[in-house]
Design a binder for this molecule. Structure first.
Ligand code: NAD
Length: 400
């Protein structure tokens, strides 16, 4: 993942005329913090925070709790955050954190202990004007609320601007839970419009979790001509050519249902089958590496929307591109989350709570503008959307 990010940055950097020295500076990481979290139980977990670049503003990026977390992954994700924030015109830098742990094996008390100890280790390196972490895979508002509380206890800071992704009662923003999915809908809508595709659009969602379900819910509310025909989670999924109701699926998932069993009489579908479905848009909202060199040849969708981080590997990306498919890159497609994180931070700084409508309208402004800028760059410079997104980001990062 890290090497892929480096080679992409080098390629695009050269295309837009940057020197090797400028590219090296874009890749360079400002600071890395690695430590062991020792639990009262005697177990210990490797933990990280990587602060990639803060030229455009404070470091911003999630904290991931997952057994596969390692320094290389955190470095790559921190770097992508710098480019994501810059690509959509946010005054933010990029960082990322993680703990190598399977949170499903922890009790609620242990999860709280882990979250609080993570903050104790990092206290001097983070803060409302330095580095503002957020949730990521397996971290949620409850965990972020513990972290904010710990940070307040340690520093006396009461702004609640030390983390974003808090619960709304503890200073979180309205609209944050849906922001990444909603952002994906906005970006896709804008691109379809530019491509002149205004008729029926069928789509399948891999990973009907937080991001995937909100994508479906917002799409259902706002676009009657978009039809979700399939959705999966880690258990597999369901396929219904007549269309699935995102609302019903979300309610079923909230009751801890497995999509492989939804509803008992519908056609079950595996994740591999979903990837090869005849749909207009394939929405990838699960994890990285969903489409690889191995299964890229099976993809039939004309548009692939990267809502997860890095769901299309570099060789797959090249193969899809060569077949004329449009991959909407993660740093644009899933930027809704970091946009609303920024809006949450602004609200905390001003001691305000904005209406959901105000938050959504600002999210819309950021992403309409960014999609337009990136799309124009891609057509003018004959670049893919991904290259164009990185080019736009690099211009901002180099100019500063
Ligand atoms: P989540 O855990 O709520 O949802 C992930 C979903 O994917 C779950 O339904 C899970 O069952 C499913 N899944 C896991 N493995 C799968 C597989 N092999 N095949 C099909 N489905 C599978 O997580 P989330 O918050 O929705 O995040 C999803 C992705 O989006 C992650 O890559 C995350 O980094 C990225 N992302 C999230 C946000 C955000 O705001 N939450 C922002 C930007 C990017």
């Amino acid at each position: 993942m890290l090497e892929t990010a480096h080679s992409l940055i080098r390629d695009v950097g050269k295309k837009i005329g940057l020197t090797d020295w400028q590219i090296d500076r874009l890749i360079a990481i400002n600071a890395e913090h690695q430590f062991e979290i020792k639990m009262d139980s005697g177990k210990s977990h490797k933990a990280y925070r990587v602060q990639h670049n803060n030229k455009l503003g404070l470091y911003k990026g999630g904290i991931r709790f997952h057994p596969d977390v390692d320094l290389e992954e955190v470095r790559a994700l921190a770097m992508l955050m710098s480019f994501k924030a810059a690509a959509v015109g946010l005054p933010l830098g990029g960082g990322k954190g993680g703990v190598s742990v399977n949170p499903k094996m922890l009790t609620a008390e242990e999860l709280e202990e882990l979250s609080r100890k993570y903050v104790r280790h990092l206290q001097q390196h983070i803060g409302p004007d330095k580095d503002v972490p957020a949730p990521d895979v397996n971290t949620d508002p409850r965990i972020i609320d513990w972290m904010v509380h710990e940070y307040e206890n340690l520093t006396g800071d009461t702004s609640r601007a030390s983390f974003t992704g808090k619960s709304v009662e503890k200073g979180g923003s309205l609209g944050r839970d849906a922001a990444t999915g909603r952002g994906g809908v906005i970006v896709l809508r804008e691109l379809l419009d530019k491509l002149g595709k205004r008729g029926l659009i069928t789509y399948g969602v891999q990973g009907f979790g937080n991001v995937g379900s909100f994508f479906g819910l917002v799409a259902e509310q706002e676009h009657q001509n978009w039809k979700m025909v399939a959705a999966t989670d880690s258990s597999g999924g369901t396929y219904e050519p007549k269309g699935l109701s995102a609302q019903k699926l979300a309610a079923y998932k909230a009751g801890s249902g497995r999509l492989a069993e939804y509803p008992p009489d519908a056609k079950a579908i595996s994740n591999e089958e979903l990837i090869s479905l005849e749909v207009d848009v394939l929405v990838l909202a699960a994890l990285g590496g969903a489409v690889t060199a191995k299964n890229a040849k099976d993809v039939k969708a004309g548009i692939i929307l990267e809502l997860a981080n890095g769901p299309v590997s570099e060789p797959a990306y090249k193969a899809l591109n060569a077949r004329g498919m449009l991959v909407v890159p993660d740093i644009l497609a899933n930027a809704g989350g970091v946009v609303v994180s920024h809006l949450e931070w602004l609200q905390n700084r001003a001691s305000e709570q904005w209406s959901e409508a105000r938050v959504n309208s600002q999210l819309e402004d950021y992403l309409v503008k960014a999609t337009d800028e990136i799309y124009s760059r891609s057509t003018k410079a004959k670049m893919t959307l991904k290259e164009a997104a990185f080019a736009v980001a690099m211009d901002r990062l180099v100019k500063q």
